[in-house]
Ligand binder design. Sequence first.
Ligand SMILES: Cc1ncc(COP(=O)(O)O)c(C=O)c1O
Length: 396
Amino acid sequence: MKHDYREATTVVHGNHPKNAHGALATPIYQTSTFVFESAEQGGRRFAGQEGGYIYSRLGNPTTGQLEEKIALLEEGEDCIAFSSGMGAISGTLLSLLSAGDHIVSDNTLYGCTFSLITETLPRFGVEPTVVDLSDDAAFKAALRPDTKVIYFETIANPSMKVIDIAAVAAYAHRVAPGCVIVVDNTFATPLLAKPLTLGADVVVHSATKYLNGHGDVVAGFAVSRKEIGDRIRMVGLKDITGAVLGPQEAFLILRGLKTLQVRMDAVCRSTLQVVAYLQQAPEVEKVFFPGLADHPNYETAKKELKQFGGMISFEMKSFEAAKQVLNHVRLCTLAVSLGDCETLIQHPASMTHSMCSREEIEAAGFSDRLVRLSIGLEDPEDIIADLRQAFAAAQA
Ligand SMILES: Cc1ncc(COP(=O)(O)O)c(C=O)c1O
């Protein structure tokens, strides 16, 4: 699926859908099921001999318009909407993997994805190998000719590691030809990176974050070529998770998406200003941001990302200092999640990654001194002033 518009136009118009009665905004088709004109027609739809809707777990016109827009943005043939990012991730992995299969995953992942891969999948006979995929030798040693899935995040949560998607895909498709590369593009969004164009096979998203962008919806997507998409929809969504996105939520994401380009541009600009402040703040030990020349994956980030994103992690001198910063911010909002209009601050070791052991956290390259910031749409000077007063209060 491809068209000629630039992205700032695509996020507003999608594929120029024609709505009933000339409605400008996408109507919310609040219906669980769809009426057939005859028994024959129902039979044909179930047999796949005729297009048209059947039942909202299998497809809905509001959700369908959203899926089409996301597929355009990611340059995929197919997109399946889920009721959460974890729904999309589990629906995808459970569609692609069976007992006896092998998955290679990066060692820095959103905490719930990490436990799905390392704890839940083994309960169903899937064998995981967890490595640092930015380490070429470690990746090549982990990959087997029969590896079925490779899984990682474009910008990894929370260390901001950036993996060379093109290099991983080229090697994996040669050595393990049946292997499907799944990339979580939540932190980057399709406006900063397009994993499918670099060789990935499936892109998953937590649309709860930037794609919706307003902190009022939980949702997810899986984008891929048609043949994989059919499997994810007809197995992972229809039969296994049933984690279907409702039309009200789809409407809200369609609305949020219209401003994705302007939001991302503003957030990326402000983030550079906040990073510059954090780098010289005496209270901060280390800043994790892929746009810094001393970031270990800076060269990959420059090649792979259009802009460096809106996520920053930084390490304080102690766990206590990190905690006190969280307790003293006034403007930055103490909450998990990311990609909202509000700047959000959280402590990965005790919150989003609390299911990881100390050893797993160390292997992922961070510690309990790490604080994560999702920069919002406030004036960056106000965000900086808030952090400055929180650092001073945390020292007192
Ligand atoms: C990178 C990443 N992927 C997936 C998820 C899961 O998404 P959801 O909370 O929408 O299920 C999150 C949640 O924070 C995340 O940060």
